[in-house]
Write a protein that binds this ligand. Structure first.
Ligand code: SF4
Length: 319
């Protein structure tokens, strides 16, 4: 079958301006996108740059956008994208610095962020017999996470990274989860202190796009939420978003509804005078419109006791 590959081009050694080259090639019905790229490079244009390694959908190296969707080119069949027209477009990921054509900067995209979460085990002191044995079942959940092959599809799907490229992102935070929850590791407090910094766990907006994109079913969003819960459990709630979550939950638990004034104050931090001062003009404007809630003067709503019980049940279950 004949298919036209419309490939993003950029060569910093020439003018560095992005463009597109079209290549019409004859490929078998069962060809993958990578088969097509290899054919183009071998037979038509040896200057075309792209990455690939294992050719088995395992290493993640050949991640590209195929007709707008992030795919591993070595396992993506061309026919999956040519139902409407015999053509496909190929682009680097949306959010990464491009080195040349489809080759982008993996260090900036993912590896630097993975390094930042300290991706290694800090083992507990061995028991008196010199061993640190744990039951096999204790590793079951982690094994799933350990099947991550760093394809980066979760980061490509993430809705925060296009807005803030410095966010650690779901791939690195999933790696952090893998060590924070390893029963062979020692105290995770230090690790979580790194993760609660700005651009860490609290910057995730839990849109669940990462889970939709992950080909291994690892559910990175669920892992980030678990890291947040663990941070709460260990009392690591210094970041503004953490305080916001904590105040929101406390207010609804106590009264059955949200105390907006309290939320604003506690999110800034009770000792953060500068932050609290910033709230004054907002409070003045709300007051002028008769909408200023009086913090902490917050009567219980009917049914508040039932809501409190729901919270308590949830807290018991997550202990
Ligand atoms: S969590 Fe899933 S999508 Fe993200 S890098 Fe690992 S395997 Fe890829």
């Amino acid at each position: 079958m004949e298919v036209t590959f419309k490939v993003y081009r950029k060569d910093p050694e020439k003018d560095g301006k992005p463009g597109r080259s079209n290549y019409t090639i004859d490929i078998p019905e069962d060809a993958t996108v990578l088969d097509g790229l290899l054919k183009i490079r071998d037979e038509i244009d040896s200057t075309l740059a792209f990455r690939a390694s294992c050719l088995r959908g395992y290493c993640g190296d050949c991640l590209v956008r195929v007709s707008g969707r992030a795919r591993l080119s070595c396992v993506a069949k061309v026919t999956a994208f040519t139902q409407k027209a015999p053509e496909i477009s190929l682009d680097p990921l949306r959010i990464v610095p491009v080195i040349k054509d489809l080759v982008f900067d993996w260090d900036a995209f993912m590896w630097n962020k993975i390094r930042a979460v300290q991706p290694w085990l800090e083992p507990k002191e061995p028991a008196s017999d010199g061993e640190n044995l744990i039951p096999d079942a204790a590793m079951k959940d982690l094994r799933k996470v350990m099947s991550c092959y760093y394809c980066g599809m979760c980061d490509e799907g993430c809705t925060v990274l296009p807005v803030d490229f410095n966010f650690l992102g779901p791939a690195a935070l999933t790696k952090a989860y893998r060590f924070a929850f390893d029963p062979r590791g020692k105290e995770t407090r230090e690790r979580l202190k790194i993760l609660e910094e700005p651009k860490g766990i609290w910057d995730c907006v839990h849109c669940y796009e990462a889970d939709e994109h992950c080909p291994r079913g690892i559910e990175p969003t669920k892992r980030i939420i678990a890291l947040r819960d663990l941070a709460f459990k260990l009392g690591i709630t210094n970041e503004k978003v953490a305080r916001h979550h904590k105040s929101f939950a406390a207010s609804v638990k106590e009264s059955g509804w949200l105390d907006e004034g309290r939320l604003a104050i506690e999110s800034e931090g009770l000792t953060n005078i500068k932050g609290l001062m910033k709230l004054l003009p907002i409070a003045a404007r709300a007051m002028a419109r008769g909408k200023a809630p009086i913090p902490y003067l917050h009567p219980k709503r009917p049914g508040a006791d039932k809501i409190k019980k729901i919270f308590e049940k949830g807290e018991q279950e997550t202990k």
